[in-house]
Design a protein around this ligand. Structure first.
Ligand SMILES: [Zn+2]
Ligand SMILES: [Zn+2]
Length: 332
């Protein structure tokens, strides 16, 4: 590499670091509030900011690092989703806002959705007042037929943008997946269905001016590699153990969600942290073993019980990288 190329690289890195520092501060500030309220019951006296910071890594972009020693089993932080949507098969059996299992399933066949409490109903106004004005059967049927789950998250984000609750560029900070021309042409079809649902509901062109091909594909490219499938563990410890040990089939998920900070965790096939959900879509990041100060915290994006070749294929196809973790290097 020539000297000038090196200089360009280092300038880029330093500019990114400054930006990153700013973004990280924003995220940590906004979400330390979450930690304060959500974990009061379980972790009395827990100090505000979580013991982590987001830094640039040498090879894997951003990463999350421990700012102090973290003990095995410790709750590192919680995170509320930026966008969340139930699986189509669970729409009538979980809260439409937080994905908590409902005690009473609504009389199926009806279009109505339910919320687990008034707070969720109140918070859902951010998208639901707009969403319920439109008919979604064509869009939902398309997703069902193609087994697509992520367009539902885009639909919800679009409703949040229209209602002024979210900015159109809310997800721009996340890493996007690389899209093939085929993927883009499929997305254009979805976008047409989405736009026509809004238009038929008398949502004005001005209100959906942000809903362009560029916006749709860029949001979906980010959702593709940053969304988590939410699998509720329930309160029982046995459930937690079972969940950690078993490979969970697709139907086990109650929905999908995108988070900010949890998206910055890099992958490891032998992770030192994991993400889990107890009763709803609020994510909990926990240490799986003792982590030293300065060590990178990593989670496993896939089912860790798979063999080496299957993991490599899935990570490469699904997330676009070749895993070079210690476990993969030893071909375990
Ligand atoms: Zn709820
Ligand atoms: Zn690996």
């Amino acid at each position: 590499m020539s000297t000038s190329a090196l200089a360009r690289t280092s300038r880029w890195v330093s500019r990114s670091k400054t930006l990153l520092h700013f973004q990280t501060k924003l995220i940590l500030t906004s979400f330390s509030t979450d930690t304060g309220t959500a974990d009061k019951d379980n972790d009395p006296g827990r100090p505000g900011p979580p013991p982590i910071r987001v830094l640039l890594t040498e090879s894997a972009g951003r990463g999350v690092f421990a700012t102090r020693r973290i003990g095995a089993g410790e709750l590192i932080h919680t995170a509320k989703p930026v966008v969340v949507h139930p699986s189509l098969s669970k729409t009538h059996s979980v809260c439409y806002f937080c994905l908590r299992n409902l005690k009473t399933t609504c009389q199926s066949q009806t279009e109505a959705v339910q919320f687990c409490n008034e707070e969720c109903e109140e918070q859902s106004k951010a998208f639901y007042d707009i969403e319920k004005r439109a008919k979604w059967s064509a869009y939902d049927d398309y997703c069902r037929a193609q087994a697509l789950k992520y367009p539902l998250l885009v639909k919800r984000l679009a409703c949040m943008v229209i209602s002024g609750f979210a900015a159109a560029d809310s997800l721009d900070i996340l890493q996007p997946a690389t899209l093939s021309p085929l993927m883009i042409s499929e997305m254009v079809e979805e976008l047409g269905l989405l736009r026509s649902s809004f238009t038929k509901a008398n949502i004005t062109d001005e209100q959906i001016a942000f809903l362009t091909k560029t916006w749709y594909t860029s949001v979906l490219a980010r959702i593709r590699i940053n969304a988590f499938r939410v699998e509720l563990a329930g309160e029982s410890y046995q459930d937690l153990l079972a969940l950690a040990a078993a490979s969970v089939d697709a139907e086990a998920g109650v929905g999908n969600a995108v988070y900010m900070l949890p998206s910055f965790y890099n992958h490891d096939c032998d992770p030192n942290a994991h993400i889990l959900w107890i009763q709803n879509a609020e994510a909990r990041l926990k240490a799986l073993r003792d982590v030293e100060e300065g060590e990178e915290l990593r989670i496993c994006y896939i089912d860790a019980s798979m063999g080496h070749d299957a993991r490599q294929t899935l990570l490469s196809k699904g997330f676009g990288f070749q895993c070079n973790c210690l476990r993969c290097l030893s071909r375990d």
